[in-house]
Design a protein around this ligand. Structure first.
Ligand code: ADP
Length: 595
């Protein structure tokens, strides 16, 4: 508490004022002691001289010393002074204290000597006659050629008492004035200090990033009030500026957050200035960790990424943009574009890197090149066979017509395969490019299935396969394109008949179902008792040219495109496709058609 008081502004102002008052008071007191005394003595001297002059005029010299002494004594008691009259030769002619006849010659007394010389004289000294300190004042009277000194004296004690009382009064007056002054100083310091405290409170709030509104209310007309008004205004301006900066920052942040691309801004030493969520994911960093200020080279574990950042930091990419493709974790591909950031004042202040996810583009590229390779491969086999047998027939025609027949049979088989392949490829390309406009109509799904089954009775019979259908009566109509749905089920039944061995069964079931909780859907399932499909292959069956057993598929005339076509037709009908299979037991493929 004491320390608080010692450090407070009010104590400093008040104590300095107190010090000034004390100093003034002391110097005034010391100065006044001599001035008051001198002033008193000078006015006393003047008074004594005036009285001496009057006495000189009014009192004639008497020849009888004793009578003259009595007159002096009476006059002295009236005036309250000691009266001495001295002749021109220094002899005392009368004295109010001692009989003049007994007194020694006074010519050598300093005040008397001075009066003989200058007309008047004064001195302070001890009187042997009265036995006390006296203040003497002597006046030289020149009359009719004779000289006479009239000397008046007053005890110094009286002078001291007078000056002391004067000083005391002065002291009291000054004390009262200083006390009132100090009280006023205290009140002023308190008010001043409370206003300064408000200023301190204000600056503390500003230091903590709070910019108060109308913090100072009207408190006067002085400079502090003007300062307060300016601070109010300043706080308001800063609040507005901060609000605008925050709004801008939020805008920039939400843009960065919504961007599909990863954005990373680094300073020339590779420290992170800005990073958005996408980029944090790419660097495998939890999105709630704040890594601003950290070195991206230390955070990045991927060697390729490190290399890119090092290159971006070393070279200047102001006029020319840096661009590279890089494969990061889990086969994900990114195109990294970078430019150096410059401003007119400080030159380069970092670089911005933008990461575009090009995984899908890469996958498409791969699929396209795989497709071209697959098509070439699929075409080459039958073409080589056709060409080989045709050449043999031309150059070395067999003698035996049965052999020629055999060769022609092979040529026919491969030609059929070629035409199936080109047909499937065309269908697929039409479906993928959206060239074919589907003609959606309410269809009787049982009729579609019936038309498909009719095409396979013979084939199934020949192979010794039981082809069955189970159709629920009064099925709801479904929305679809008759030809395309027919094609879809042809492919499914064809596969089932193709891959099911002799004595197996292929069953097509058509029944009502609920789709997403709504009645009105129809489920068509094609089940067989064939070899089944390994679980790991099921997700890839609808890829173009994907086969579980390549040789077997080719042998039995498969193109590897059947299920890809099924998938596309199902998608065009928004129909779900489910493949279930158990090895050595059989396969069931379900298609859920909508109303
Ligand atoms: P493919 O013309 O070779 O039959 P698909 O696209 O129709 O081509 O079928 C892809 C692969 O899925 C086939 O090669 C075959 O290995 C497998 N597959 C399709 N249906 C069946 C089925 N019912 N039973 C067993 N395997 C099947």
């Amino acid at each position: 508490m004491r320390r608080l008081w010692r450090n407070s502004l009010i104590s400093k102002v008040f104590l300095s004022y107190l010090a000034v008052v004390t100093l003034l008071f002391t110097s005034f007191y010391l100065y006044s002691s001599t001035v008051v005394r001198d002033f008193y003595v000078s006015s006393l001297g003047e008074r004594l001289e005036l009285e001496a002059r009057l006495l000189a005029k009014a009192v004639p010299s008497l020849s009888d010393n004793r009578e003259f002494d009595v007159l002096c004594r009476n006059l002295a008691s009236e005036l309250g002074v000691r009266i001495t009259m001295i002749d021109g030769d220094g002899r005392v002619s009368c004295d109010s204290v001692e009989p003049s006849a007994t007194m020694e010659n006074h010519r050598s007394r300093p005040e008397v000597l001075q009066a003989y010389e200058t007309g008047s004289g004064s001195s302070f000294r001890y009187s042997m006659t009265t036995g006390e300190e006296l203040f003497y004042r002597a006046f030289l009277q020149n009359e009719g050629g004779s000289q006479r000194i009239v000397r008046l004296a007053i005890p110094l004690n009286e002078v001291r008492d007078m000056t002391d009382s004067l000083r005391r009064n002065l002291f009291l007056g000054f004390l009262v004035a200083s006390g009132v002054g100090l009280l006023l100083a205290f009140a002023f310091s308190r008010r001043f200090s409370s206003r300064v405290k408000r200023l301190v409170e204000f600056s503390q709030q500003v230091a903590h990033g709070i910019f108060p509104q109308n913090f100072f209310v009207k408190s006067g007309q002085d400079e502090i009030h003007r300062l307060e008004l300016h601070l109010n205004e300043m706080s308001e301006n800063i609040r507005e500026n901060v609000r605008q900066v925050v709004a801008e920052k939020e805008k920039a942040n939400s843009i960065l957050r919504c961007m599909m691309e990863g954005v990373l801004v680094i300073d020339p030493k590779g420290r992170v200035l800005v990073i958005n969520e996408q980029a944090q994911k790419m660097f495998n960093l939890a999105h709630d960790t704040d890594i601003r200020g950290a070195s991206i080279l230390e955070l990045s574990r991927h060697p390729e990424m490190k290399k890119i950042i090092e290159q971006v930091l070393v070279f200047d990419f102001t006029s020319e943009r840096y661009s590279r493709q890089v494969e990061l974790h889990e086969g994900r591909w990114f195109r990294v574009n970078a430019v150096s950031l410059r401003n007119t004042q400080s030159g380069s202040f970092g670089s911005i890197l933008v990461f575009h996810d090009i995984t899908e583009v890469k996958q498409l590229e791969r699929m396209r090149s795989d497709f071209v390779a697959n098509v070439s491969h699929e075409l080459r086999t039958p073409l080589t066979a056709i060409r080989g047998y045709a050449e043999t027939l031309l150059r070395n025609p067999p003698n035996d017509p049965a052999d020629a027949q055999y060769f022609l049979g092979i040529i026919e088989k491969h030609s059929e395969r070629l035409s199936r392949l080109t047909e499937d490829l065309l269908t697929l390309s039409d479906l993928e490019s959206g060239k074919v406009q589907l003609d959606f109509k309410p269809l009787d799904s049982a009729r579609v299935i019936q038309s498909v089954l009719e095409m396979f009775w013979d084939q199934a019979n020949k192979k010794g396969i039981k082809l069955e259908s189970v159709v629920e009566p009064e099925l709801p109509r479904v929305s679809g394109d008759f030809d395309r749905l027919q094609q879809l089920f042809i492919n499914l039944v064809d596969n089932a008949v193709k891959y099911t061995p002799t004595n197996g069964t292929v069953t097509v079931t058509v029944q009502r179902t609920r789709i997403n909780g709504n009645a009105g859907g129809v489920e068509v399932s094609v089940s067989d008792t064939g070899p089944g499909i390994p679980e790991k292959d099921i997700p890839r069956l609808t890829e173009r040219f994907y086969r579980v057993d390549k040789a077997r598929s080719r042998d039995i005339g498969g193109t590897g495109l059947g299920l890809a076509i099924v998938k596309h037709i199902a998608q065009a009908h928004q129909a779900d496709l489910k493949i279930e299979s158990i090895l050595q037991k059989g396969t069931t493929i379900r298609v859920l058609l909508r109303q």
